[in-house]
Each structure stands twice: as structure tokens, then as C-alpha cells.
Design a protein around this ligand. Structure first.
Ligand SMILES: NC(=O)c1ccc[n+]([C@@H]2O[C@H](COP(=O)([O-])OP(=O)(O)OC[C@H]3O[C@@H](n4cnc5c(N)ncnc54)[C@H](O)[C@@H]3O)[C@@H](O)[C@H]2O)c1
Length: 291
């Protein structure tokens, strides 16, 4: 297969990441079908597209014709079968639960055409923990977008021992066609590349918070105004979701058995209270005004 054979893309999961990845694919000319188990999530994703595209036109970032083309390129469905049956490339972006992803990949393997590449956008789960449920492990890889996917340029393409060079090549070219900057991880490593670096910073930030060295706002300010980061580690954690931080830490702990990898007391406290960050209106910061 070549990148020119990729015309139809299925995005599984229309949440935080999925709806933006699907919008991006549609804007770059791919026939895109986005699926989710929740009808209300699909409706929210569809109304995002209906607002986002005219907004881009208003800002002079695309023409009306391009917006219309992008809108025509995307549709939403609750049926996985409908989404994946003609897909040349599938990007899975459901919640970070290994057993669920394995089930979805097994289903996708039965539904999607034989030539289709099956990629997971997982933040943490390497594709070798999923690929064995398919009869096409050489066509399975991680394609890790960053949040918000319409804005962030980086995509990590992670090659497992089962992933073919062809799958990597097509995935890198797909990212280029989406005007992203792909990096190739030649080996699977927990947390991939950038999140390992971010996690080290976040762990240190939490340690300083818990030791009472500085508060959330000042730790974030130090990173923004001293290190030139676009936002501090706590603000970033609120944006990406404290639920995700919790799940990732628990997955990490399960893999390593190292107590250092457990989620920090602060993350656990917010998680138990259902304070996941911006999406719930409260996390390390309070967003109730925004709501
Ligand atoms: N949030 C981030 O910053 C971020 C960044 C990069 C990667 N990721 C990864 O992307 C994936 C999705 O994260 P998210 O933040 O978008 O989560 P989310 O909770 O916002 O969205 C996940 C969606 O999956 C849907 N879903 C659950 N079961 C499903 C099924 N069987 N079929 C179809 N849809 C199903 C849910 O209804 C939900 O809408 C995760 O693997 C996560 O690790 C997240």
C-alpha cells in the first residue's frame, strides 16, 4: 500500500481527541467517518464541526468552498461497522482502557478491509499490547496526536516489533499530509517520547506543591515565564484531563509495579472528587466562570 491509496479514514471515539482528529482529516481532503458509542458525543462533535469550519472562513484561514468540501468529507455514526467498513486507515481514540481497545481492534480487524492500517492514539498503551488480537499485526501502530489535535503539530509514530516499515512510512506520510510534524519512535517505550519528558516535569511540580514550596499558580508561572512553555504543568494537566493522568499513572504502575509510578495524592484527590480539569469545570484551577 502507498499513501495515495489512503482515501477513507475512520476515527473511533469522538471525545476530546477523536472529534478534532476527524475534523483535521476531513479538512485535509480525506473522506472521514467518526464513530462513538454515545449519541450525545457525536452530536457535540458534529456541532463543533458546524461551528469550527465557518469560524475558519471568517478568520480568512480557508475559503467557503474549502469549508464546504471539508463538511462534505465528514460524517458521524454510532455504528463501528459503518465507520470502518471502507476505511483505508483507522485511528482509534476511545478512553484509555486496554481491554476496551483490544475488543475494538478485534472488531476492527473483522470489519475493516484487509489492507487497512489500524492505529491507536493511546497516550500510554503501546500497540504490541493490542496488535495480537488482529490477524494483521504488521499494520498496527501507535499514532499519538497531542491535545488540541487541530493545533498541536507533533505526532508520535511508534513502531512496535510487529509493525512493518511500510506501516510506519504510510503513517509518517499521512501525518505530513495533515500538515503535522511526525517523529518516528523506533522502539516502544511506556509514555512515548514527549509525555515522558512532561511527566518528569509534572512529578517535580507536584513534589514542590506537596512540600509547600510554591502554589499551583506560581509553579505554572515559573514554567511559562522562565522556561518559555506555552502553559504550566498544572494548567496542562487540567487541559488534558486529570482522569487521563490518573489512568495513565495506574497503567504505568501496573506495568512496572513501582510505587513511584502511582498517581500522586493530589491527582488521586481530584480524581475521586470527579474534578478532571477544564472539562468538568474544576481541577487544579476553577473554571466554573467559563461554564
Ligand atoms: N486528552 C488528551 O490530552 C490526549 C492526548 C493524546 C492522546 N490521548 C488519547 O486519546 C484517547 C482518547 O482520549 P480523549 O481524551 O479523547 O478521551 P475522551 O474520554 O474525551 O473520549 C473518548 C471517547 O471514546 C468513546 N468510547 C468509549 N467506548 C467506545 C466504543 N466502544 N466505541 C466508540 N467510542 C467509544 C467515549 O464515548 C468518549 O466519547 C485515549 O487513548 C487517550 O490516551 C488523549
Amino acid at each position: 500500500m502507498k499513501i495515495s491509496d489512503v482515501k477513507n479514514i475512520a476515527v473511533v471515539g469522538a471525545g476530546n481527541m477523536g472529534h478534532q482528529i476527524a475534523t483535521l482529516c476531513a479538512m485535509k481532503g480525506y473522506k472521514t467517518v467518526c464513530t462513538d458509542v454515545k449519541q450525545e458525543v457525536l452530536e457535540k462533535a458534529e456541532s463543533f464541526v458546524d461551528n469550527y469550519l465557518p469560524g475558519r472562513v471568517k478568520k480568512g484561514k480557508m475559503t467557503e468552498e474549502q469549508a464546504k468540501q471539508a463538511r462534505d468529507n465528514i460524517r458521524f455514526t454510532q455504528s463501528l461497522e459503518d465507520a470502518a467498513k471502507d476505511a483505508d486507515y483507522v485511528i482509534e481514540a476511545v478512553i484509555e482502557v486496554l481491554d476496551l481497545k483490544r475488543k475494538i481492534f478485534a472488531d476492527l480487524d473483522n470489519i475493516a478491509p484487509e489492507h487497512a492500517i489500524l492505529a491507536t492514539n493511546s497516550s500510554f498503551i503501546v500497540s504490541s499490547r493490542i496488535a495480537d488480537v488482529t490477524k494483521r499485526p504488521e499494520k498496527v501502530c501507535n499514532l499519538h496526536f497531542f491535545n488540541p489535535a487541530l493545533v498541536m503539530k507533533l505526532v508520535e509514530v511508534v513502531q512496535g516489533p510487529h509493525t512493518s516499515d511500510e506501516t510506519v512510512e504510510i503513517s509518517m506520510e499521512l501525518c505530513n499530509s495533515l500538515e503535522k510534524v511526525p517523529v518516528h519512535l523506533k522502539k516502544e517505550v511506556d509514555g512515548f517520547l514527549l509525555n515522558r519528558i512532561i511527566r518528569a516535569i509534572f512529578n517535580e511540580a507536584q513534589w514542590m506543591l506537596e512540600m509547600g514550596v510554591a502554589d499551583v499558580e506560581d509553579i505554572d508561572k515559573a514554567c511559562v515565564y522562565g522556561a518559555g512553555h506555552p502553559m504550566g504543568p498544572f494548567r496542562l494537566n487540567d487541559l488534558t484531563g486529570i482522569d487521563l493522568a490518573y489512568t495513565m499513572a495506574m497503567e504505568n504502575f501496573k506495568a512496572t509495579g513501582d510505587f513511584k509510578d502511582l498517581p500522586s495524592p493530589g491527582v488521586v484527590e481530584h480524581y475521586i472528587k470527579g474534578e478532571y480539569g477544564e472539562k468538568t469545570g474544576k481541577g487544579w484551577y476553577d473554571y466554573s466562570d467559563k461554564k
